[in-house]
Design a protein around this ligand. Structure first.
Ligand SMILES: Cc1cc2nc3c(=O)[nH]c(=O)nc-3n(C[C@H](O)[C@H](O)[C@H](O)COP(=O)(O)OP(=O)(O)OC[C@H]3O[C@@H](n4cnc5c(N)ncnc54)[C@H](O)[C@@H]3O)c2cc1C
Length: 392
């Protein structure tokens, strides 16, 4: 299959892609299938990414990062998505790559020098606690409360889906610090913290799920969980706007990951279509097999161009909300179709673990739902770009 990496369109980015690919190639399908089967975190892979210095790709140089842009981070994450590890590989490092953007942007110097170096060198893993069972996508409606008493906040409440909490030493946590009734807008009165995930005051229960078994997602129950006041990021009550700041780069990186995942599935499908012989000819000679694969190629390429466009806008300081959202939407749809077609191209063997495409398919389903659903993206574009009434 011909290479078509629009993101890696400069010598420097090609170098990043090739180096990340070489790293990922050391962890093959059998490694990831076993991690998936055993529900075991891919420590070896995550360590290799950290040792290679990749976690800090978009982090400031003064704290040990490489100070590159979102495009370079997207090249890297696309390549990780394209690896045998699919979404699990991406999720095992995703939060360290960009999840602490709010600290880079809004944290104090003391916080940055205290927290960022260990996130960048991989000695500390962080998780991200935003979603709650009763709020869902309506983030401003979260109920977890952080009440200030003296030099600390006391947190009570619940989070759901918090990924990597089983592994994480730190949590970036969104909680309500002012009751919603006392705020002008529901998005006010929310604060963002970066805290030690002290297990004695947080119960962490793993969620059984469809795929991405190598990387845990969890329910978290906070019972008088104490956070020192100096763990508050930026100003109290402005947490929601800090979150919004990191939304666009997160959408872009997520789109890049999904495009990589879709490409891997497509490559597997093409290889099988070129090798499997039925009715005396390769199945890839049938248009019912080759047209959908050609369609997947086109859709993934289009999604990649939108991702590149959004990343270029972001890195040059321009607004990119619609483009980042559209990239995420197009990528998730294209990636899902590629995985679906990869399973179907393999016929019955698409359902067998041995061929790995069923694992890619299971992992891909999550990308239609998280970190934001396709419906909410369409709501956003309808409102902001088309001028239609707000529907949520
Ligand atoms: C594998 C995985 C990992 C995750 N990791 C994390 C994590 O690390 N940290 C974290 O905080 N969260 C995490 N999440 C949570 C994820 O961000 C949420 O699942 C997602 O935001 C959707 O929220 P919800 O599941 O509550 O859906 P709901 O808000 O209940 O929505 C359900 C459905 O209704 C639709 N819907 C709701 N309201 C509207 C509307 N007004 N208009 C149109 N459609 C609407 C949605 O699009 C969706 O299809 C993860 C989720 C998954 C599956």
């Amino acid at each position: 299959m011909r290479s078509f990496d629009a993101l890696a369109n400069t010598p420097e980015r090609r170098e990043i892609r090739n180096a990340v690919r070489a790293l990922c190639d050391k962890f093959d399908d059998n490694y990831w299938a076993e991690k998936d089967r055993l529900h075991e975190f891919p420590h070896e892979f995550a360590k290799a990414v950290a040792v290679g210095g990749w976690l800090g790709i978009a982090m400031p140089v003064e704290f040990g990062g490489s100070g590159m842009g979102v495009i370079e981070a997207a090249v890297m994450m696309q390549e990780i998505g394209r690896s045998a590890g699919s979404f699990a590989a991406c999720s095992s490092v995703h939060i360290n790559i960009f999840g602490l953007h709010s600290i880079v942007k809004h944290g104090s110097n003391a916080q940055r020098s205290k927290w960022l170096p260990s996130i960048i060198d991989g000695s500390c893993r962080a998780c991200f606690g935003v979603t709650e069972p009763d709020a869902g996508l309506d983030t401003s409606n979260i109920k977890t409360q952080a009440s200030r008493t003296g030099d600390r906040y006391i947190v009570n409440g619940q989070k759901v889906w918090t990924s990597t909490a089983q592994q994480a030493a730190k949590i970036v946590l969104l909680a309500r610090t002012t009751p919603i009734e006392q705020c002008d807008r529901p998005i006010d009165g929310l604060s963002l913290f970066c805290a030690d995930l002290n297990r004695s005051a947080v119960e962490i229960r793993e969620i059984r799920k469809m795929g991405r078994h190598a990387v845990d997602s969890n329910q978290l129950f906070f019972d008088n969980f104490e956070i020192p006041a100096d763990c508050l990021i930026g100003e109290e009550g402005r947490g929601f706007s800090y979150l919004l700041d990191s939304l666009n780069p997160e959408r872009i990186l997520n789109a890049a990951e999904v495009i990589g995942m879709g490409r891997r599935a497509l490559e597997k499908a093409v290889a099988y279509a070129n090798e499997r012989v039925v009715f005396g000819r390769k199945i890839g000679q049938n248009q019912s097999i080759q047209h959908p694969l050609a369609q997947c190629w086109s859709e993934l390429y289009a999604a990649e161009l939108m991702t590149l466009h959004a990343a270029e806008l972001y890195d040059s300081g321009q607004s990119c909300g619609a483009q980042a959202n559209a990239a995420k939407y197009l990528a998730a749809d294209a990636g899902f179709r590629a995985c679906d077609r990869a399973v179907r191209t393999h016929g019955g063997m698409g359902y067998a673990a041995e061929y790995h495409v069923e694992r890619y398919f299971r992992e891909m389903v999550a990308t239609q739902l998280a970190p934001v659903s396709r419906e909410m993206i369409l709501c956003y574009i309808a409102e902001r770009e088309l001028g239609l009434p707000k529907s949520y």
